[in-house]
Design a protein around this ligand. Structure first.
Ligand code: ADP
Length: 454
């Protein structure tokens, strides 16, 4: 479903007073929407063409620190400007915010107007163009899980996240009754996202107290990544309207389930699924098998883009529906890569490694880079791993720490070829900074363990 506002429709809505504000947004390294809210008339008069932002937006950490050591920008380089170029095909109403529309922007060099290579939308665009040059259209869906809390964002922040009350008090997986206290918020989320041009399929309770999942219909990879970012914004803003809060952390509490963002993927050719072969035992084409073989071969290289923080790795535990092994299996939720819809035209691969904290543009781009390499090299798909894969012996593991994933990223010939050296070094630096920051900090766990016993 395309975004629901054309420039002409925006002009009419501004003239009638229906819309007075346009949020122009880029996507930062963390997958967040950053930008400016324009008076709608000024957007129509000039900003629809381009606007500007400080180039530190693609060189900060989660806390907006000016991280040293990036080649792309620094204090020494003066933290100059980027061009934000609105992609008018993404213009849409934000029905949960009065009088407001939103548009996604590409990030361009201020002087050359060339795409900034480490901008998440540029990275994904490059891989989509590569797939198209091979004759394929990548179709994807990124499911999103999160936890709902009774307290507001500001009260939890002020209390240091110590008194958190999950909206539901027990596991509400698929429970219609168990999620009924969430429903005023979830109904608003489904309906208002739908009215923003995001075709929500469903929401459902998930496997722990207060956990929910929301699914949008699959679309082309860029549209899916844009929808993912806007869904996160909408879920947060709508929860806030209700005086509640949510988290998309991969693992907000080690005693609770983690939150994932599974990525469903298929390639299409001439409007038809290229993953389908009716003659195959499971209806999987050679193209699909090569694509999956590429993702398995490069699983360690791409893990950083599926699990970008120290916390992300705490999700990979046995018996909680998050995978620990990078192998494939038919409809088996213990595998890193699950084949869904076998023997149907919807046959697809679901990568289950990603957490809800992933950046969807980077995750989809990395998965594509690995899968397309498998197709180009006609990689053979290893045999399916079956049964309880948590207990499978010597099979390919998912990296266990951010350090392991960062080292695999830095050393990845695949990603250097697909994304370019400067992009790999930019994100490897982000990972190493995150580790250094984490190493520096004394955690609650250390204090509780050591304070009177050390
Ligand atoms: P699950 O068993 O994971 O709940 P669903 O049937 O709910 O599976 O589908 C999960 C996601 O997969 C949905 O967002 C759906 O739009 C998406 N999906 C369905 N078909 C395809 C396809 N051919 N390619 C990519 N994604 C798809």
């Amino acid at each position: 479903m395309p975004a629901n506002l054309t420039l002409d429709a925006l002009k009419a809505a501004v003239a009638s007073g229906e819309i007075d504000t346009v949020a122009a947004c880029l996507v930062d390294m963390q997958g967040r929407l950053m930008g400016k809210r324009f008076h709608a008339q000024h957007f129509l008069d000039s900003a629809f063409d381009e606007t500007h932002c400080c180039n530190y937006l693609l060189a900060t950490d989660m806390e907006m620190n000016t991280v040293p050591g990036y080649r792309a920008t620094s204090w020494a380089a003066g933290y100059g400007d980027y061009v934000m170029k609105p992609d008018l095909a993404t213009l849409r109403r934000l029905p949960w915010v009065p009088g407001t529309a939103l548009v996604m922007c590409d990030v361009l060099d201020h002087h050359t107007h060339e795409p900034v290579p480490h901008a998440p939308r540029s990275i994904l665009k490059k891989q989509v163009e590569r797939a198209r040059a091979m004759g394929f259209e990548p179709m994807m869906a990124t499911e999103l899980e999160f936890f709902l809390f009774e307290e507001s964002f500001s009260s939890l922040f002020d209390s240091g996240y110590r008194q958190m009350t999950a909206m539901a008090r027990h596991n509400v997986d698929y429970s219609i009754w168990g999620t009924s206290r969430d429903e005023p918020i979830m109904r608003d989320i489904r309906c208002k996202l739908w009215d923003a041009g995001i075709p929500i399929e469903c929401s459902k309770g998930e496997a722990d107290a207060g956990q929910e999942e929301v699914n949008a219909r699959y679309s082309d990879a860029m549209d899916t990544a844009d929808m993912h970012s806007i869904i996160k914004l909408g879920v947060k803003q709508i929860a806030q309207e209700h005086g509640a809060s949510v988290t998309f952390m991969a693992k907000y509490d080690h005693r609770r389930a983690g939150s994932s963002s599974h990525v469903h993927q298929s390639l299409w050719r001439d409007g038809k699924p290229a993953f389908r072969d009716e003659a195959d035992a499971h209806g999987m084409s050679q193209v699909m098998k090569h694509y999956m073989a590429g993702q398995l071969a490069h699983a360690a290289d791409i893990t950083y883009f599926l699990a970008p923080y120290v916390n992300s790795y705490k999700r990979f535990v046995v018996g909680m529906f998050a995978p620990t092994k990078a192998v494939w299996s038919l409809d088996n939720r213990t595998a890193g890569f699950r084949v869904c819809g076998a023997d149907t035209k919807a046959v697809r691969v679901e990568c289950r490694i990603g957490g809800a904290d992933l950046n969807p543009y980077l995750a989809c781009a990395a998965l594509l880079a690995a899968g397309l390499d498998g197709i180009e090299k006609e990689m053979a798909l290893e045999p399916e791993t079956t049964g309880d894969i948590y207990q499978a012996g010597a099979v390919r593991e998912i990296p266990k720490t951010l350090g392991e994933a960062a080292a695999a990223l830095r050393g990845s010939a695949l990603l250097r070829a697909a994304f370019g050296d400067e992009v790999v070094e930019h994100y490897a630096h982000a990972a190493e900074w995150e580790i250094a920051e984490h190493n520096r900090v004394v955690t609650d766990w250390e204090r509780a363990r050591g304070f009177d016993r050390a």
